[in-house]
Write a protein that binds this ligand. Structure first.
Ligand code: ZN
Length: 115
């Protein structure tokens, strides 16, 4: 019974997986660049807004990619896809722990399914 429920729940997670290649890992940061001299915009205190995608790897290594303003929304969507996919994968892995338990251990105290 627990096993059936776990399998059903797992199928639901699988059906909800955002199956797409539009995936990005990391964070999109918005930064303001200010030129020290010779820029009227910066002289007015406005500065220039830029987007940077930062991606960290093992060992504390971080890569940064500049992102054009017009692609920021797209990058956010790809980051979101990654997060949703990762959460779904984690949930499936947790469920699979239940499925790894021996049948007898699950059935103890409940009805044993014959199949
Ligand atoms: Zn400037």
């Amino acid at each position: 019974m627990i096993r059936d429920r776990a399998l059903q729940t797992r199928e639901k997670f699988v059906a909800k997986l955002p199956v797409t290649g539009e995936l990005l890992r990391g964070s999109l940061l918005e930064r303001t660049i200010r030129h020290k001299s010779g820029c009227p915009k910066c002289a007015r205190g406005e500065g220039h807004q830029v987007y940077v995608l930062t991606v960290s790897y093992g060992g504390g290594r971080v890569r940064q990619f500049s992102v054009r303003r017009e692609r920021a929304a797209e990058v956010r969507r790809w980051l979101d896809n990654y997060q949703r996919l990762k959460e779904a994968i984690e949930a499936i892995c947790e469920l699979n722990h239940d499925l790894l338990r021996p049948e007898g251990a699950i059935a103890r105290g409940g009805r044993k399914k014959r199949d």
